[in-house]
Design a protein around this ligand. Sequence first.
Ligand SMILES: Cc1ncc(COP(=O)(O)OP(=O)(O)O)c(N)n1
Ligand SMILES: Cc1ncsc1CCOP(=O)(O)O
Length: 612
Amino acid sequence: MGVAKGASPTSGSHPLERRERKSKGEGEGKGCTGERRRGSPVTSGPDGRLARAEAGAGASGSEEWKRGQARGWAEDGETGKNYTRSFPGIRARISRGGASGPITAAMSTMCSGGGRRMPHVLTVAGSDSGAGAGIQADIKACGALGAYCSSVVTAVTAQNTVGVQGVHPIPEEFVEEQLRSVLEDMGVDVVKTGMLPSVGVVKVLCQSLKKFPVRALVVDPVMVSTSGDVLAESSTLSGYRDELFAMADIVTPNVKEASALLGGVPLRTVADMYSAAKSIHNLGPKNVLVKGGDLPGSSDAIDIFFDGKKYHELLGSRVKTRNTHGTGCTLASCIAAELAKGLPMLRAVQNAKTFVQYALDYSKDIIIGNGPQGPLDHLFSLETHSCNARARSFNASDLFLYAVTDSTMNRKWNRSIVAAVKASIEGGATIIQLREKEAETCEFVEAATACIQICRSSGVPLLINDRIDVALACDADGVHVGQSDMPARIARKILGPGKIIGVSCKTPAQAEQAWADGADYIGCGGVFPTATKQNNTTVGLDGLKSVCLASKLPVVAIGGIGVVNARSVMEIGAPNLKGVAVVSALFDRECILTEARKLRSVLTDSISENCR
Ligand SMILES: Cc1ncc(COP(=O)(O)OP(=O)(O)O)c(N)n1
Ligand SMILES: Cc1ncsc1CCOP(=O)(O)O
């Protein structure tokens, strides 16, 4: 068999298995609260199991599956509303499953009445004895992001930091039984797949998902471990291509997997990743994320996200560490967790990437095992002062091209804030700050609310300068505060852990304080003299460098920066300098879009030069 080193099938008639089956037939199950109760909708004859089975029967064709899925998304996914506040998807699914059945209705009440439903991810994957990848990574990653994670084990592997010593696939019928147990009872929101060792397991999964539809399916097409060991029969590829991908909301191959899925086409450049994303999209998934972490010769972690219409280049910085085992599983699980919480797809992917970046960074020095590939510490947030929710909402690579608006300039060029924001995003700005010093509160809130719509639809965060009240009023992604504004510590208390907070710092001491106060990034400047901000002392490139070196937070440089000098800023050689923030270089120009494109290309060139 192509899969296993020393694999041997598990017996399908283990005595324990028979005992479990018998107890099911006895007609008693556990209620949502865990107590024994009669007439369980899950396990006893004409009740919930039947009702669910009917749901499955009604939704068994792939068209029906798609419709069910589409409904689920329209109801909650695409709104971006926090799924933990209400659970329309779950209620809808339960009623879809058999609104006419009294026990189903009772079950719905039991599950929602007075209790707290958790976002729920089911991982269908292999067990990694070393716990860096597979089921174990998935459970930890989901837990770290606040989602419950149940697990269907498809194979048991013996592995460690050296590699995979053995694979023991679970019989397909028993994979199916596990799927049924979880899906019919536990209110799964999102299914995430990892190691699917055979095409038979892929088929069983597809059938189960048709019977028990969920809100989203995340497919991580695991085929070969990072140590080079084969984890799936080659025929699994056809299972992915023929059936599973058509049901997937997102597929997340790395370049090797993308190449294998496309019949071995070589992927050597970012341009190749773009075309691979498109070709894989043609196989049926709604979204594709081609991960560039193992792109030969690439010095950055660039991933390409494609939703069928638009591409997004997601930048990450490469962390120098041996502890990378399980990053693929972790990323896919984080996407699943964020989707289960109700985030829209692009935001879920961005947050997942941020989480992995943080986990890599926090885990870079840990020593577990003697082999070349150590695990991540998924639960890093339990050990640090930082709240994990913050890691969720902020991606340091967003600081790359930071557009800061200016009302005086907009007036001078006779354009609205909204038009200015649109043009800068089109030109490649990666984060926006509304810095409207003279605006009336009412018009500021109105403009900010309109800008939020534009930014959300482009996946670009929007921050408000100084005005925490305005940020709250328009549900902005965060604020930027100066040394004489609301202290970051208090802003954090007011805004909570999920919002982004940036602080202006000119000195290492201020940088240290910003970190202690719970900020997410630092704006350092003015780097060069500027007419945009009066009486602002200039720190120069040396001052910027010393703040970067002292800062535990990512830094964006500001002040007098434009196309002619952006490269000199990026070349100071500080790994936590993530980009430049500009006002006049964009907004005091005739064509914002053209200037943003020019600046973005200078920045992109400067980072790729630096990495050569
Ligand atoms: C990204 C970024 N960095 C620094 C500043 C300056 O903010 P602040 O010190 O609050 O000064 P004003 O912008 O209020 O004049 C910024 N806005 N953005
Ligand atoms: C807000 C701010 N903070 C420090 S310098 C500066 C102004 C930056 O504007 P410009 O990019 O036009 O120099």
